[in-house]
Ligand binder design. Structure first.
Ligand code: BGC
Length: 396
């Protein structure tokens, strides 16, 4: 393969989310279910108290951008109450990121809600959208012009599936109708949030997750059918909706999906095998602690599909969970090469630190920097230096 130079202006950095690194988000719906249905997050990486050191570390590695999220559960710990001190801390995070010469990229919703919101019926109820908008307005008024890149909702297509169809994320519902309702309400929330956040000086986007589905056996019609169905529900449906700027009539119709750019999260492909008892199952691989099947060409397919939306694309997450850092370096090398060739805006590796990997707890190690959950000691891996070098105009 010929060497590829990282073009100037191509932003390389890392991504994180509040709940996965901050620790002790005690007013979040996730926290409420931990210990019972979910592993405990505890102090996570204690980013809430150590963010200055972590931001300095990211900058010292050479990263040029840091994606963080603002925890709604901290800003609005109970209904009608606003915590200005927590907001001040997020403002300080943004200042620190910029002060270290990095671009802050801010997500407003990353899988987690205040417990009071979930108790009120969460995303299934349209009249709950206003609570999220109160939060967005408060954050935007507080942060002002300090942030250029905003992301309203993380994985708007996958979150409703995990929380309301597969029932693996709070509130653990398994109901197809609720999933569609949540998706529509999240899309409406994005639209209204766009209005609140948008200024001539900023870029407001949302994040989709594309996981191309393939048949486990190319000879099995049942596997093909399953893969096509999964591609529609997970990938094509959201792309079509955002491309048309319109909800399908069977979901109520109406204009939807304003955005300046699309955040694309891509990790792996899904190989699906039909099973008459369970409908289907995923083929797993041991190369990734998540079991996912790594295939860099899937990123090319994901970008090309996302391009139908007609907006610039930023890779807002891409990563591998492994203890083998050489595999991580190869993973970054292959995926980043494709991202550059496909001319996206930038590339954020998931994640800066090993962190709380949702229902897997601390078992999956995605970090450029090792973070021991017991001692909280940080140790940059070789991949951190590798990515940092590329972030500063290196070649692959
Ligand atoms: C999510 C992250 C998560 C990562 C790895 C993405 O779907 O946005 O929060 O940690 O995947 O599973």
């Amino acid at each position: 393969m010929s060497r590829i130079k990282v073009p100037s202006g191509f932003v390389i950095g890392a991504a994180m989310s509040a709940y996965q690194v901050e620790g002790n988000n005690t007013n979040a719906d996730w926290w409420h279910y931990e210990g019972d249905r979910l592993p405990r997050s505890g102090s996570a990486c204690d980013f809430w108290n150590r963010y200055r050191d972590d931001i300095e570390l990211a900058a010292s590695l050479g990263l040029r951008a840091l994606r963080i999220s603002i925890a709604w559960d901290r800003i609005m710990p109970s209904e009608g109450k606003v915590d200005d001190e927590s907001m001040d801390r997020y403002i300080d995070m943004v200042k620190e990121i910029k002060g270290h010469g990095m671009e802050p990229i801010i997500t407003l919703h990353h899988f987690v809600n205040p417990i009071w919101f979930t108790t009120r019926g969460g995303w299934v109820r349209e009249d709950n959208v206003k609570y999220f908008l109160d939060f967005v307005k408060y954050v935007v008024d507080s942060i002002g012009d300090r942030v250029k890149y905003w992301l309203t909702i993380n994985e708007i297509n996958l979150y409703p599936v995990l929380a309301y169809l597969l029932g693996v994320f709070p509130p653990f519902v398994m109901n197809m109708e609720y999933m569609w309702r949540a998706l529509v309400n999240l899309l409406k929330a994005n639209d209204k949030a766009y209005e609140l956040v948008k200024k001539p000086s900023n870029q407001v986007g949302l994040v989709i997750h594309i996981m191309p589905a393939e048949p486990a056996s190319k000879l099995s019609i049942a596997d093909w059918g399953l893969a096509m169905g999964m591609n529609y529900v997970l990938n094509r449906m959201i792309v079509n909706t955002l491309a048309k700027g319109k909800l399908p009539n069977w979901l109520g119709g109406g204009e939807i999906g304003r955005l300046d750019y699309v955040g694309l999260n891509y990790y792996a492909v899904a190989k699906v095998k039909f099973n008459p008892l369970t409908m289907g199952e995923l083929v797993t691989s041991r190369q990734n602690q998540r079991g996912w099947i790594i295939n860099p060409s899937g990123l090319k397919r994901a970008i090309r599909l996302t391009r139908k939306i007609g907006k610039p694309i930023m890779i807002t997450e891409n990563g591998i969970a492994t203890d083998n850092d050489n595999d991580r370096i190869t993973y970054i090398e292959k995926h980043l090469t494709i991202a550059i060739k496909e001319k996206v805006m930038g590339y954020l590796y998931w994640s800066l630190l090993d962190n709380y990997e949702w229902e897997m707890g601390y078992r999956a190690k995605f970090g450029l920097v090792e973070c021991d959950p017991a001692t909280l000691t940080r140790r940059p891996r070789g991949s951190a230096y590798f990515l940092g070098k590329l972030a500063n105009g290196g070649s692959i």
